[in-house]
Design a protein. Sequence first.
Length: 127
Amino acid sequence: MDSDNQPTLAVEVYDTATGQWAKGPDLPPGKHKGFSCSAINQQGRIYVTAFQGDLWRLAKDLKSWEVVGRLEHPRMAHRLVTAGSRQLIALGGEDGTVKRPDLEIITPGKTSGWAVKTVPAQSAELR
């Protein structure tokens, strides 16, 4: 959200080593303009998902986003969490009509070949 309480695609990147903020590349456009997205750092890389369902990773040069996965069930107001060093979990949120009780385990790929596994919340297990 911006200072006018409006959704924004703007990204700011904080460097923990220098304590400095830098302007990052805007999030790719989507239905809700970045509202209710989820972002996480895993192994030094930043991943983001939003309502349209793509999993984006900030490029190493910090100048663009690359699609490295897709949720089987796109959601907003959800959370991404790490699952070890190679997988992410999307949990909670809603799909625009109902709340999502399940979670999705995502193995990001470079540009294709990613894997998604949907798991009911009651029997969630990592493989």
